[in-house]
Design a protein around this ligand. Structure first.
Ligand code: PEP
Length: 257
């Protein structure tokens, strides 16, 4: 299967930005800007803070924009003060959820094992997962990017069936490129997305490896998106900062066509 047959996904990660009113406005603005763009075969997703979900789902109703969350808990319900379950997200109209973002790993004690647990909960609830993996700068400099990214991918996907992989998208996000303005070169992005695809081929099959969308994330913007998205193994983008500007986000969506 070649790249053209895989689903392209352009997903925004809004992080801890926007009130519900601002969220609705941003969805409206993005929709206005993409109204003349052909987006067949491209999933457009906005992953928003929990409190914005209701407003974002309503604003996105009848548009091509799908709403995602930025995390979910691994349990179905229970004594986990302050947490949100995958079932709750599903009931609110959420379709996608980011799992294992490096900011969760860095600041909130996320481990490969909890990533795996959350991923199972999300899949069981019927959500599509955007699984984030990526190396730190020191790890790249030590030459262990392949080992780190392979290990993160394998542990995250422990006991995930080949059938369930239809609802998993992987985002390669080198930690040194997130929110820093430093982008991986298109060759670096393509190389590591290719490494992840090889891991999937070994874990599952060539068919699943070739059918799974693998995104690049890390300072993707309106200027560099076209080149990154043209690479054979890069099937879309997970975009932080630039997803908060309707104009930039819509240019990236256009670049993916
Ligand atoms: C992200 O948060 O996933 C991300 C890629 O951020 P940025 O685009 O701002 O680097």
């Amino acid at each position: 299967m070649n790249k053209a047959k895989r689903k392209t996904v352009i997903a925004g990660n809004w992080k801890m930005n926007k009130t519900p009113v601002e969220a609705a406005q941003l969805i409206y603005d993005i929709n206005q800007r993409i109204s003349n763009i052909e987006t067949k075969g491209c999933e457009i997703v906005a992953c928003v803070p929990f409190v914005d979900i209701d407003a974002a789902v309503k604003a996105a109703d009848g548009t091509r924009i799908k709403i995602g969350a930025e995390n979910c808990h691994w349990a179905k319900s229970g004594a986990f003060t302050g947490e949100i379950s995958a079932d709750m997200l599903k009931a609110c109209g959420v379709e996608y959820v980011i799992i294992g973002h490096s900011e969760r790993r860095q600041y909130f004690g996320e481990t490969d094992l909890t990533v795996n647990q959350r991923l199972h909960a999300a899949l069981e609830a019927g959500l599509t997962v955007i699984l984030c993996v990526g190396e730190l700068l020191e790890q790249r400099e030590q030459g262990i990017t392949e080992e780190i990214v392979s290990m993160q991918t394998k542990i995250a996907l422990l006991n995930v069936t080949e059938e369930q992989m239809k609802n998993v998208v992987i985002a390669y996000e080198p930690v040194w490129a997130i929110g820093t303005g430093k982008t991986a070169t298109s060759e670096q992005a393509d190389e590591v997305c290719g490494i992840i695809r090889n891991v999937l081929a070994k874990l599952y099959s060539k068919k699943t490896a070739e059918a799974t969308s693998i995104l690049y994330g890390g300072s993707m913007n309106a200027k560099n998106a076209k080149e990154l998205l043209s690479m054979e193994n890069v099937d879309g983008g997970l975009i932080g900062g630039a997803s908060l500007k309707a104009e930039d986000f819509s240019i990236i969506i256009e670049a993916a066509q």
